[in-house]
Write a protein that binds this ligand. Structure first.
Ligand code: ADP
Ligand code: MG
Length: 586
């Protein structure tokens, strides 16, 4: 053909396509969700460019015909057509976006599949959604025109699910403006997707939270009243009327489009939050908690924050994964981006949510936004509301346990990194302890159980709960009936050191020298006597172990069953901490 060029797919594409086709066969409907979601992304991008380029701060009304997604079946040609008026693609973009997969995408997708740890139907989260078109089509044709260059030509991309695709300039079936039309040449076993009813049902399901009109070409029946000419009427009298039923094909709107965060929290049902969460963040878990609020006055914005009930996939690989796209920033309903780190401190990275500001400027770069005072007001407020949400969650012990297991490490980072809210995070911290078995204990609970003569909150550091249990360092405290907290994660120690004291009680490491217990005074004389008695032995032991291993060997009254224990000097680093620092060192 004229001017047609052929290109090979990147090798991973073929593998991903195979996996999608094999594992999602019984769940083929999802192709429409993925293609509609791509079209909505494309409309978001175009609208963003429009408002930022022109400097206009009006996002266009909700009914702006400039942004639209249409789905139509052509029964004769056996094709299903999804068309949007979004950004479209240039030739290079076609090659980069539909010929290869973003690096992290493939690896994550393959790994998730291999580990069986995720619902494969959520392919959208791996950046491979487009290829789900091949679930129902044996040939996919994409017509597209970019809005980014004036007079950009229209291109036609086509592939038959092989290892190659073609691109050529295309003069046929011109798109009205910029945008993309995807033509699916349906497989024989997928002809059900030609049925209006089926397409309407799916489009409704997948478009509920999309803020652009989604229209389906469908038969619509109308009932009109017309004069009945078969009945004679006397002069001057009103003609008799009759009802005519007409059926005609027309575009039918599937979604309401009012963003959920613009509605009053009182009117939104729990299921709606849950559905919104799943569809917006391509998540499959239930929401553990959410908060929906607005701020009015000098700075105006609305926000909707969610606590997931499982650790988001990308964060399970990397605690502060930069590809995480969990906070969506809008300005006056215009989607700006979902990688806006400045909205939240990084210890809140595990939250998902939407922030829609009324007064952030649309047409300035992020450098300016970063320094914007408004942004810091928003950020503070989001932190405040998040803390409230966690506090409320803590009322339900079972739920909070799961929350803490998933996200406790983030809150600990918050303690270490955020001086201002440290004192609010401390009550939310949980630890295992000597007396509480499988349950977590809070500082408040610990203090409530303290013995009368107990002066401090005691803890030991160890690699695991099992080794903490056996640590000789806890013998004395245990013999006095005190509970002891277990610091088994590297971050724990930094966390307690940052907290310092709680409710007036110092947090005390039992693995350090000079830990004092009540009753020490009375035993002082005995200890001194024993020190003198064992002088030679202690010296011998010290020489035997050598200076590199021990600084000094002392008599102590803190052991009950064991003969000896290792302790660190008051300012020294614990072995757990030392190992942690070593592992972190580059
Ligand atoms: P993702 O949407 O997660 O990026 P997809 O496989 O669904 O992954 O799509 C790949 C890329 O193809 C998109 O990022 C986008 O750049 C491009 N794309 C797909 N569909 C469209 C469309 N309708 N309009 C413009 N670009 C599109
Ligand atoms: Mg997609």
């Amino acid at each position: 053909e004229d001017g047609e060029e052929r290109f090979e797919f990147q090798a991973e594409v073929g593998r991903v396509m195979d996996i999608i086709i094999n594992s999602l066969y019984s769940n083929r409907d999802v192709f429409l969700r993925e293609l509609i979601s791509n079209s909505a992304d494309a409309c978001d991008k175009k609208r963003f460019l429009a408002v930022t380029d022109s400097g206009a701060d009006e996002g266009g009304s909700d009914d702006d015909p400039e942004y639209r997604i249409r789905v139509r079946a052509d029964k004769d040609a056996k094709t299903l057509i999804i068309e949007d008026s979004g950004v479209g693609m240039t030739k290079d973009e076609l090659k980069n976006n539909l010929g290869r997969i973003a690096e992290s995408g493939t690896a994550n997708f393959m790994e998730a599949i291999k580990n069986g740890e995720t619902d494969v139907s959520l392919i959208g989260q791996f950046g491979v959604g487009f290829y789900s078109a091949f679930l129902v089509a044996d040939k996919v044709t994409v017509y597209t025109r970019s809005c980014q260059t004036p007079d950009a030509p229209q291109y036609k991309w086509e592939s038959q699910q092989s290892n190659s695709y073609s691109i050529k300039e295309d003069q046929s079936d011109q798109l009205e403006g910029s945008g993309t039309r995807i033509v699916l040449h349906l497989k024989e076993d997928s002809e059900e997707y030609l049925d209006d009813f089926k397409i309407k049902e799916l489009s409704t399901r997948y478009s509920e939270f999309i803020s652009f009109p989604i229209e389906v070409w469908a038969e619509k029946t109308s009932y009109d009243q017309v004069p009945d000419t078969s009945v004679e009427v006397a002069e001057g009298e009103e003609p008799k009327m009759k009802t005519v039923t007409r059926t005609a094909m027309q575009w039918e709107r599937m979604n309401k489009m009012k963003p959920i965060w613009m509605r009053s929290p009182r009117e939104v049902k729990e299921e709606e939050y849950s559905e919104f969460y799943k569809s917006t963040f391509k998540a499959w878990d239930e929401v553990a908690a959410h908060t929906h609020f607005s701020l009015e006055g000098q700075v105006e914005f609305r926000a909707l924050l969610f606590v997931p009930s499982v650790l988001p996939y990308e964060l399970s690989r990397n605690m502060f994964d930069e590809t995480s796209r969990n906070m969506r920033l809008y300005v006056k309903r215009v989607f700006i981006n979902d990688k806006f780190e400045e909205l939240l401190p990084r210890w809140l990275m595990f939250l998902r949510g939407v922030v829609d500001s009324e007064d952030l400027p649309l047409n300035v770069g992020r450098e300016i936004l970063q320094r914007s005072k408004m942004l810091s007001v928003i950020s503070k407020r989001l932190v405040r509301k998040s803390l409230d949400m966690f506090k409320k969650l803590a009322d339900d012990k079972e739920k909070y346990k799961v929350f803490w297991e998933n996200f406790g490490k983030y809150l600990k980072v918050g303690v270490v990194e955020d001086e201002d809210i440290k004192s609010e995070l401390a009550p939310l911290c949980r630890f295992f302890s000597k007396n509480h078995g499988e349950d977590f204990v809070s500082f408040d609970e610990y203090i409530a159980d303290m013995k009368e003569d107990q002066k401090a909150i005691y803890y030991v550091t160890a690699d695991s709960r099992a080794s903490a249990q056996m640590s000789p360092a806890l013998e004395k405290a245990t013999s006095l009936g005190y509970d002891v907290l277990f610091m088994t994660e590297p971050l724990d120690e930094l966390t307690v050191q940052s907290i310092g004291e709680y409710g007036g009680k110092p947090l005390t490491d039992l693995g350090k020298e000079n830990v004092e217990f009540s009753g020490d005074e009375e035993e002082k004389a005995k200890k001194e006597e024993q020190s003198t008695d064992t002088q030679d032995f202690r010296q011998w032991l010290q020489e035997l172990l050598g200076e590199k291993r021990v600084q000094k060997v002392e008599v102590s009254n803190r052991l009950v069953g064991s003969a000896a224990t290792l302790v660190q000097s008051s300012y020294g680093m614990s072995p757990t901490m030392a190992r942690y620092m070593k592992a972190q060192a580059v």
